[in-house]
Design a protein around this ligand. Structure first.
Ligand code: ATP
Ligand code: MG
Length: 393
């Protein structure tokens, strides 16, 4: 009898020809996250399995919980297809499950893929159910209202497992290419990054840094947010753009009410250059329609026109409350609400332009001669590869 992890990957099963590619990517993503641990991942009949040193099981479970492309996983006993061994595994599992779930109602679920097995599904389920009833007193079978469940699958071997742990669903990160997320210190952009990663985008991040108007703590906050997002990604890079000169130039050259819009346009422009230079195929922002002056339809039309690549805005139709709910669930909210100013609050006008006229705003942008400043910001951008144990992170 052997103990291993059984992994279910729902959406992948639907992807026809791409399936092998997706499966390979998922396996690879898991492997990267488990680097340093002794593990072996193999696949069989629409499932992945991980053999490992069982002392590492909590660390592995943590990785599986945070991996896109996985629907769920279970700690599993694998045995030969003979009743003695299957029964031994069921008893062992039953004792283990009951340590954490004292409920008395249970059910047995059987899946018999190997039709040559000596018992049919019904016979096997009732035999295992009776075994548990004999083993522990005070229990009852309840197929609909159960406190816990033991599953037994007869495949090329027998697999016996208890609770099904939920994971992140979605697609394996990387199957939809690479994208660059504009990550501020706010609540929204980390959520946008998470949602795009869920659809298979390998997300890296760019932050526009404005020292001394923003502090080291603001930068640290962005690093902490990157780290929180990295939990869901096999790899990630952080680009820190020195944005102070750009911001000062904007402040001196345009009317106060136009500062935020022109600043956002510059961010789009710089992010596009960085993306092209580094092989990213799209940009991602945390914009949500109408949330602030720079996110009205007219504002988004203007700022978005400086992007040379597709821009994804996965929060566009969400309310703040909905965004906050996701931020709390994925562990970015508590970092985002730390009170360090970002450049937007420092330079924000009291009365920002809400409905810019496209052509005249483009004209203003072209007239201020800011392109050399933007190019310099790109050339001075610093890049950090985020790793599990990055010092200073
Ligand atoms: P967030 O909560 O993500 O900061 P927000 O509601 O504060 O969003 P804005 O400040 O208008 O909205 O920013 C809109 C989007 O522009 C952000 O979601 C982010 O993608 C990008 N952005 C804003 N400031 C920065 C910055 N300093 N560095 C990188 N991206 C930024
Ligand atoms: Mg913000």
């Amino acid at each position: 009898m052997e103990q291993l992890f059984l992994i279910r990957y729902g959406e992948l099963a639907l992807k026809g020809e791409n399936r092998d590619l997706f499966k390979k990517r998922l396996k690879n993503n898991i492997k990267i996250k488990l680097k340093g641990l002794r593990t072996e991942i193999y696949d069989k009949l629409s499932r992945l399995y991980i053999r490992c040193d069982w002392a590492d099981k909590d660390r592995i479970a943590e990785v599986l919980s945070n991996t896109f492309g996985i629907v769920g996983y279970s700690e599993t006993y694998k045995t030969a297809k003979n009743m003695d061994q299957i029964e031994q595994a069921v008893i062992r599992l039953c004792d283990k499950v009951r340590e954490t779930n004292p409920g008395s109602r249970f059910r047995i679920t059987v899946k018999r893929i190997d039709k040559n097995f000596e018992l049919n599904s019904y016979q096997l389920a009732s035999r295992l159910g009776n075994l548990i009833l004999d083993h522990c007193s005070g229990l009852e079978v309840n197929l609909n209202n159960y406190d816990w469940e033991i599953s037994c699958e007869i495949r090329e071997a027998a697999y016996i497992y208890g609770p099904k742990m939920a994971s992140q669903k979605g697609l394996p990160v990387g199957v939809q290419g690479r994208g660059l997320l504009l990550l501020s210190g706010g609540i929204d952009s980390p959520v946008a990054g998470y949602l795009m990663a869920k659809r298979g985008l390998a997300v890296s991040v760019v932050y526009f840094n404005t020292p001394p108007f923003t502090s080291d703590k603001a930068l640290q906050k962005v690093k902490d947010l990157s780290r929180a997002l990295f939990k869901f990604l096999p790899s990630m890079r952080l680009f820190v753009v020195p944005f102070t000169q750009t911001q000062l130039k904007i402040k001196e050259a345009v009317k106060r009410g136009e500062v935020t819009l022109v600043s956002r346009a510059c961010m789009m422009s710089i992010a596009s250059l960085l993306a092209v230079n580094n092989g990213f195929k799209c940009l991602v922002t945390g914009e949500s329609l109408g949330q602030v002056a720079s996110q009205t339809l007219e504002s988004i039309h203007f700022t978005g026109s400086f992007a040379g690549l597709p821009v994804f805005r996965p929060l566009i139709g969400l309310d703040k409350e909905e965004i906050i709910t996701v931020a709390k669930r994925i562990g970015t909210y508590d970092i985002s609400i730390l009170p360090y100013d970002d450049c937007c609050t420092v330079f924000a006008p009291v009365h920002p332009l809400i409905r810019p006229e496209f052509t005249s705003m483009r004209g203003i942008f072209d007239s201020i001669g800011i392109l050399p400043v933007l190019n310099e910001a790109v050339s001075k951008t610093e890049m950090v590869v985020i790793k599990k144990t990055e010092p200073g992170f």
